[in-house]
Design a protein. Structure first.
Length: 342
């Protein structure tokens, strides 16, 4: 099958080549847009990542070009207009779990780096500054961590932090039965925010979670708490977070995602001016650590992403249904989880 891979990043090609052997693969380094959709001409399938535009007009164009399959190289699918895909008869599948460990471990890495001020410590050491005055952290042991969305990634994050001696609270609108095997207490969102020393976001971006963290919910948080987000940037109103960080309502934030990351992340832009003023202010704050959507970036995850992506395509090519297919009815079985359509 001819497959056009959009947003193809150099580090993933070796995994795609291996998993997709036998297929004719066309790599486009830019994200899919209405302007470059023609690049998929002749392909039966497109392979998309989180920053690709899979809105109704783009899907219509893909269909007109003869594309039948949309294989996502991501777990999140909020960028795909699933009702439109279904209407057009385009099959869409994601990679539901490629390595929840990768994202959970990165979440904890952000927390440790912020709390123990590892970046500042290293910068100071490089300048022959061995003073410890600016580097005081706190013990994680005994702290309360609130996990919003105790799914695959949230559950592993909870388990890792239990190992540090933390008490775990969680808030989830549809907790999986496995959630209750973890020593974590299900509480309301308000209780979680008011009791947690650290709040970590692991819910998907949906209509219900868009700006879940806003001026009001930030004001419910324990003064001086730490906020972590390795889920999706849209869960946080960034301007409200910046304001809360400036007044010390929030002590620090560790973020792998940003609501307007599509215009920034995944590309070398050191020669370009940073025009996003909100992002510029966010990263200028001393108590903020941002990584550019790299929580997934382990060799294990890249291998699993490529394998599942081509498993989905091969299954369809053999005339079968993939269990990873995002049928519209399925995604709307719970209204609260209805995805934001692109
Ligand atoms: P999952 O489906 O296993 O878990 C999500 C959990 O969130 C579920 O238990 C669900 O019930 C809960 N949830 C849904 N809506 C909610 C709401 N309104 N309030 C509270 N809880 C709610 O998903 P996962 O595999 O754990 O992934 C979580 C998210 O992580 C993904 O949606 C994706 O956005 C993000 N992610 C980020 C990266 C990265 O590199 N930074 C990589 C993979 C996934």
């Amino acid at each position: 099958m001819q497959v056009t891979v959009f947003s193809a990043l150099s580090f993933e090609k070796e995994f795609i080549e291996k998993a997709g052997s036998g297929h004719q693969i066309n790599y486009i380094s830019e994200p899919l847009t209405l302007e470059n959709v023609q690049s998929a001409t002749g392909s039966e399938a497109v392979c998309l990542f989180t920053h690709d535009d899979a809105s109704a007009p783009v899907l219509e164009k893909l269909k007109a070009l003869g594309v039948k399959y949309v294989a996502l190289r991501s777990a999140g699918y909020e960028h795909v207009n699933l009702p439109k895909a279904q209407e057009l008869g385009l099959k869409v599948a994601n990679v539901p779990a490629y390595s929840p460990y990768a994202i959970a471990e990165h979440t904890v890495a952000l927390l440790l780096a912020i709390n123990r001020k590892l970046i500042l410590a290293h910068e100071q050491i490089k300048q022959n500054n061995f003073a410890l005055d600016n580097l005081v952290g706190f013990d994680l042991n005994g702290k309360t961590v609130g996990i919003i969305g105790l799914g695959k990634i949230g559950a592993i994050t909870a388990k890792i932090l239990q190992g540090f001696g933390c008490r775990i609270l969680f808030y989830d609108i549809a907790p999986a039965p496995a959630s209750f095997t973890i020593p974590a207490s299900l509480v309301s969102l308000t209780e979680l925010l008011s009791q947690s020393d650290i709040v970590s976001l692991h819910a998907p971006l949906t209509e219900a979670t868009k700006y879940l963290i806003n001026a009001q919910t930030l004001s419910f948080m324990k003064k001086g708490a730490i906020l972590l987000n390795t889920s999706r940037g849209g869960l946080i109103n960034t301007e409200a977070l910046v304001a809360a960080l400036k007044i010390g309502q929030i002590n620090a934030a560790g973020l792998d995602v940003y609501e307007k990351e599509r215009a920034l992340f995944f590309h070398e832009r050191s020669a370009e001016p940073l025009t996003d003023k909100v992002f510029a202010e966010l990263i200028s704050l001393p108590n903020v650590l941002v990584t550019g959507h790299q929580a997934f970036l382990t060799r294990t995850a890249l291998h699993n992403i490529a394998e599942t992506t081509f498993y989905n395509l091969n299954t369809w090519a053999n005339g079968q249904d993939s269990e990873n297919e995002l049928a519209f009815k399925e995604t709307h079985k719970n209204e609260k989880e209805a995805t934001i359509v692109a």
